[in-house]
Design a protein around this ligand. Structure first.
Ligand code: 5GP
Length: 190
C-alpha cells in the first residue's frame, strides 16, 4: 500500500503521549503500525532493541545521517539523536498499515511538512509544567539533571502547539484517549 497515512503524536517528554499511542495501536479498526525510531541513547528500563527503538551508537547514527537514510532526525538532547528511518515507514506501508509516530515536536512538524495531506499531527499537552515535572520524577528512570533538562525543553515545545492539526490536553487520561480516537477515526475514514 503506497497510500498509507501518517498519525503523529508529539509532546514534551512526560506528557503521556506514549500511553495514548499504545491506546491507538490497540484499536484494530485503525490498522496502525508503530514507527520504531532510531536513537543514539542507551536503552532505559525494559526497553528492547527493534521494539521500542533501534538503538544505535552515535557513530552509526551519524553515518546514517550522511547516507541520507532518515526521513527526519533531530538532536533532541545533547548527543542524543533520534530519527525516523525511511525504510521503517516503507516497511509499515508495505505491510498495509498506516503509520503512527511517537516523536518530538520538531520531528512531528517535519513529517507534517513532508506529507502535508497524508498526516494528522496531534500535539499532546500536559496540564502544566509543574505536573510534567511530577510525572517525570514518578517515572524514576532519569537523574535529576536529565529531568531538569527535559522540563526546560518542555516550555519551548509548548509554544509549537498551534502549528499542529489538533491539540489534546492530557489532564484526564480517559478523556484524552476518547479524544485522540475520535480525531484518528475522522481522519482515516473521512
Ligand atoms: P525518550 O528518550 O523519552 O524516549 O525520547 C525523547 C524524545 O525524543 C521524545 O520527545 C520522543 O518523542 C523523541 N523521539 C523519539 N523518536 C523520535 C524520532 O524518530 N524523531 C524525533 N525527531 N524525535 C523522536
Amino acid at each position: 500500500m503506497n497510500q498509507g497515512k501518517l498519525i503523529v503524536l508529539s509532546a514534551p517528554s512526560g506528557s503521556g503521549k506514549t500511553t495514548l499511542v499504545k491506546h491507538l495501536l490497540n484499536q484494530e479498526e485503525f490498522n496502525l503500525g508503530f514507527s520504531i525510531s532510531a536513537a543514539s541513547r542507551d536503552p532505559r528500563g525494559e526497553e528492547v532493541h527493534g521494539k521500542d527503538y533501534y538503538f544505535l551508537s552515535l557513530r552509526e547514527f551519524k553515518d546514517k545521517i550522511k547516507s541520507d537514510e532518515f526521513l527526519e532526525w533531530e538532536e533532541v538532547y545533547r548527543d542524543n539523536f533520534y530519527g525516523t528511518l525511511k525504510t521503517e515507514v516503507q516497511r509499515l506501508w508495505d505491510s498495509g498499515k498506516h503509520v503512527i509516530f511517537d516523536i518530538d515536536v520538531v520531528g512531528g512538524l517535519d513529517i507534517k511538512r513532508i506529507y502535508p495531506d497524508r498526516t494528522l499531527a496531534i500535539f499532546v499537552k500536559p496540564p502544566s509544567i509543574e505536573e510534567l515535572k511530577i510525572r517525570l520524577k514518578k517515572r524514576k528512570t532519569e537523574s535529576e539533571d536529565k529531568i531538569n533538562m527535559r522540563v526546560a525543553k518542555a516550555s519551548t515545545e509548548m509554544a509549537t502547539a498551534p502549528q499542529f492539526d489538533a491539540i489534546v490536553t492530557n489532564d484526564d487520561l480517559e478523556k484524552a484517549k476518547v479524544e485522540v480516537s475520535q480525531l484518528v477515526r475522522k481522519f482515516l475514514f473521512k
